[in-house]
Design a protein around this ligand. Sequence first.
Ligand code: NIG
Ligand code: FE
Length: 367
Amino acid sequence: MGSRKEIEDRLTVGAQVIDAEGRVVTPGFVDAHTHLVFAANRADEFEMRCSGITYQEIARQGGGILSTVRRTRAATEGDLLATAQKHASWFLRAGTTTIEAKSGYGLSVDAEMKILRVVQQAGKTTPLRCVPTFLGAHEVPEEFLGQTSAYVELVIEEMLPLVASHQLASFCDVFCEPHIFDQPAAGRILQAARRWGFGLRIHADQFSCSGGALLAATLGTATADHLEHTDATSIKALAAAAVQPVLLPGSVYSIGSRRYPDARAMIDAGLAVVLATDFNPGSSPIASMPVVLSLACTQMKMTPAETLTAATINPAWSLNLGGQVGSLECGKYADFVVHEASDYREIPYFLGTQRPTMVFAQGERIG
Ligand code: NIG
Ligand code: FE
């Protein structure tokens, strides 16, 4: 790193020179909230939402997460891996070189383990770095309908120990909402996960301000994600506990809501805001960080510079990878993107057309 002169003086014989021809070069994007592994898609529900039925109504009718769970359980590990590899190519093509990838469409011991093995294989067989998160508490499965506490027991007593002993996840996440896993249930799971050595993340306050962010602050989780309905008191608590907010404007946009999280209040409170895609077949079929950056600028009034920080170094720290990725510095992986732009503001500005000219992961050109 340095000026042209400094670098040219240090070039060794045979060094590879990449001429970016005046284009903008950034670190590879770090997408700290994705649901990478799932079978099929939900374009049918997308069409239903276009005719006015809400995301939550579809879930109440047995669609939503549970419809993906049925198909993910039925899929073979090989089929899931092939689909995950296709999704990985979408991330890489848009300039993302590191993702966090959650399980959560299995909701049984075997199916959750199957998904986490696929995450591991996706990371090994593609240039995309994948940080695995166990999200066994993503929804209550059909066979536990009306018996949420029995399912919470299964997660705590069987799934967490097994995932920990196979070292298949770095983090544990819970979908905290009153009608899914309420604050006490989410708290029990996350505390058990901490005892097994997992880092903690939480889906909080997506549909109501229901104590999810407060729980994150009490536990001192690494991140609190979504936060569309988080109030001022909870934002203060997040700041006091240094919990990183992960904001997901792509899911707000895709479910047709207008309720974006209050990014400005979070930045003013001193929080290290993270932007992520929330890539999943329901609420956010978006794998492109430039699209998310654009939404963050226009809908949440973040500046282009703030969005770049929130898409690179801030998420890297949220994944405990701040020393390895997220900025262009000597000693870190050479994950970088040459953008089709001469000014970084063009990245969120030219919505939908942003395609990197070149993508490098660990020094290898991969796109
Ligand atoms: O982060 N809120 C829960 N989970 C996902 C949606 C998953 C789905 O609809 O399949 C989310 O938005
Ligand atoms: Fe999510």
